[in-house]
Structures are given as structure tokens and as C-alpha cells.
Unconditional design. Structure first.
Length: 183
């Protein structure tokens, strides 16, 4: 397969994927983008190499950057990380994290499972430039947010502006675990 044929095959696959993700027929895409059904069919079957302006029209109709159609390493729309595939790391002093969506690139949020070790004092407070959601899965957690103390029990959910100094510690001598999502 020549380089041109590989590019045409890639573009054919990408255009078809984008169209199908939107549950569109060729006729619907044709009307929306002002590209004939015959041309769209040829593009999706890698039988033609139209001008870049045609791909620009399609990208605009899909609401994506033109480069996404040409990117070989495009992120699949679904990313599955099995429990045994989670990547563990030490996030901050006293916190252990598990990345649960690390396979997905260009994310708009960063979800992870955080385990808070039992301790008598609070770890150093920290600040980061985003928002954070904490959903307590198990244990009991004392959360400090600025000068406020909040105790969380399983099922409690806290959504906060992470630009305020905050820290957390597990209570009752047992580890606590939470689903944390940073946006």
C-alpha cells in the first residue's frame, strides 16, 4: 500500500466513524455539508482523493478540527480501564491514587480513586487551579477547606473550587476511599 493509499484509507475510516458517531446517513451529511452523496461514498470507500477543502467542509460539519481527520493516533471515543489495569501512584503525602481513565487522551476531566491513609494530623494543604468533585466510597473523611471542616461519610459528595487551600484525612483509624474528579 502506498503512502497516498494509507492516507486515503485513514481518511475514509475517520469520515465514516465521525458520521456514524452522529447517527447520520450519507444523505443527511450531504445536505449538511453540501458534498454529494456519491462523493461521500467514494471518500468513505477510499476511492477518491478530493481536495483538502472537501475535508475541511466535513470537519466543520462534524464540529471537529480538520487535523483530527488526519491524526493517526486519534483518541477512540471510548476508553476502558479494567480494575486490574489501574495505574497506582502516590499523589500527595498520605494519599495514594489510582488513575482510572489514563488511556483516554485530551480529557476534559481527570477521574481517579484516591485512598486516604489513617493519620492523626492533616497532611499539608494544597491548592490547584481547577474544580474538584469528591464522592466518598468508604470510610470517613475529615476535609479541610480553608478554615472550614467538613466530615464526609460514604455516599457524600463534595464539589469545590480547588483554588482554596484544602486537605483531607481518614478518621477512626481506617483508610477512606473516594472517587475524585478534577476538571
Amino acid at each position: 500500500m502506498t503512502a497516498t493509499e494509507r492516507v486515503e484509507a485513514l481518511l475514509a475510516r475517520k469520515v465514516r466513524e465521525e458520521r456514524l458517531q452522529r447517527s447520520m446517513t450519507l444523505a443527511q451529511l450531504s445536505r449538511q455539508c453540501n458534498v454529494s452523496v456519491a462523493m461521500l461514498s467514494k471518500i468513505e470507500n477510499a476511492r477518491v482523493s478530493p481536495p483538502i477543502s472537501t475535508y475541511a467542509k466535513l470537519a466543520k460539519c462534524f464540529g471537529i478540527p480538520l487535523g483530527k481527520l488526519f491524526a493517526e493516533d486519534a483518541t477512540p471515543p471510548v476508553s476502558l480501564v479494567r480494575k486490574n489495569e489501574r495505574k497506582q501512584y502516590t499523589r500527595f503525602q498520605g494519599y495514594t491514587g489510582e488513575a482510572i481513565a489514563y488511556k483516554k487522551t485530551n480529557k476534559k476531566m481527570e477521574p481517579f480513586v484516591l485512598t486516604y491513609a489513617p493519620r492523626g494530623d492533616h497532611p499539608p494543604a494544597y491548592v490547584h487551579d481547577n474544580e474538584e468533585l469528591i464522592f466518598l466510597l468508604k470510610g470517613k473523611l475529615e476535609f479541610r477547606y480553608g478554615n472550614t471542616k467538613i466530615v464526609l461519610a460514604p455516599g457524600d459528595c463534595l464539589y469545590l473550587d480547588a483554588n482554596i487551600r484544602h486537605s483531607a484525612r481518614a478518621l477512626n483509624g481506617k483508610a477512606a476511599q473516594a472517587l475524585v474528579v478534577e476538571v
